[in-house]
Design a protein around this ligand. Sequence first.
Ligand code: FAD
Length: 462
Amino acid sequence: MKEISCKLLVIGAGPGGYVCAIRAGQLGIDTVIVEAGKPGGTCLNVGCIPSKALIHAAEEFEAVSHMAGGSSPLGISVAAPVLDLSETVAWKDGIVSRLTSGVAGLLKKAKVKTVYGWATFRDGKTVAVETETGTQIIRAETVVIATGSASVELPFLPFGGPVISSTEALALGEVPKKLAVVGGGYIGLELGMAFAKMGAAVTVVEALPRVLAQYDAELTRPVVKRLTQLGVEVMTGAKAKGIKGDALLVETSDGKSAKIAADKILVTVGRKPVTEGWGLDQIDLDMAGKFIKIDDQCRTSMRGIYAIGDVTGEPMLAHRAMAQGEMVAEIVAGHKRSWDKRSIPAVCFTDPELVTAGLTPEEAKALGEIKIGQFPFAANGRAMTKLGEDGFVRVVARADNHLVLGIQAVGQGVSELAAAFGLALEMGARLEDLAGTIHAHPTQGEGFQEAALKALGHALHI
Ligand code: FAD
């Protein structure tokens, strides 16, 4: 049995863990990272990047199909396109492979030792890793748990055969003719819309009264409209009950039983933290529900053990995990660091896209009097030239001093506005700062400026 010691041990090389290890290496900390799968974790291998690749391919296919149908207003017509999903998946795999080997290279450059295998705690400072060549014992002064999350499985719809998680959905060899999606959250709708664009007949089954229920109804309206345009059947207030033959069994909102014929049943009912199988019971950390409890600097209840990323709670987002990872490395190096959770933007890559940062109007109202400015993309020249007039930007600010509290947008390509939204909140911008920033013309960003002007009572283009 081999034994090594280090100053910092990171368990899990997803975006939280690998960023933490790279930053620690850059700061001269003797660091080891353990990964059971491939560097990049969920995000690079089976999450953010592969899903966005598939979504992009689906968008392109749908755009060309539209032109082939002779209904494009752009004056372009083409022959009917053909989609070979296995080639699309191979292209996606190429991107994943470039990125994961890039991460392995960055870890090496930062002089971080990577050990491949499953890590299990022996005690608070020691883990055993089952590698291909035997058990490796690693002792560390400080440990960072970054074990991430996994798809939630429904006991009456276990994964296997036609029942798939997002991981299998990203690796299908052909487009299912009929796809049932259980769960109308962001992962289900991003993938469901992509498969609908690729030609699948998609039915979404959602137990809540609305899809994307974490957003307000006004924000999701353009997405719901687009689902209808794409022919996606959305059953809300409906509960999946099981599978019989090639059909998903559903209890509809009025209590009736329904059968939905499906070649594949994609279950996207949430993600759960990976807190089993690595010896959590050996170290007895305090929990916050199913997540590891942390303070504002990602310290757990045990001295010298930090936790970051999805295993620590919502929002389960790659950039949150990365921000925590970078901060923890700097804290371990002795720097004074903190982070502002309020400015984490969240993007939903549906069609159209949604971006939110900071407080919702409802949350802001609960704190006091507010001003809201909303600007529609129907009045934005750039959006018109992209056939993307559906949607808007909304800015929420305090009524007394105009401090911006929250920003939301829905529209084609608005994910690219997320950086500006995050920056505005991080820097404590006021409505006057947004209104006074000269935005390039013609861009959708002008909608952001106009929303602030609207809140101040003098929008120029509406
Ligand atoms: P993970 O990325 O889950 O990585 C954890 C790593 O730890 C894994 O590689 C695992 O193998 C390893 N591990 C676990 N236990 C052990 C152990 N005992 N020993 C060794 N290794 C171990 N987020 C966004 O911000 N934007 C998006 O667009 C987005 N799209 C998504 C799409 C899909 C389909 C999915 C599933 C997720 C998406 N996410 C997105 C969420 C994002 O992937 C996660 O928030 C992010 O990956 C969390 O990072 P992490 O470092 O906490 O954990």
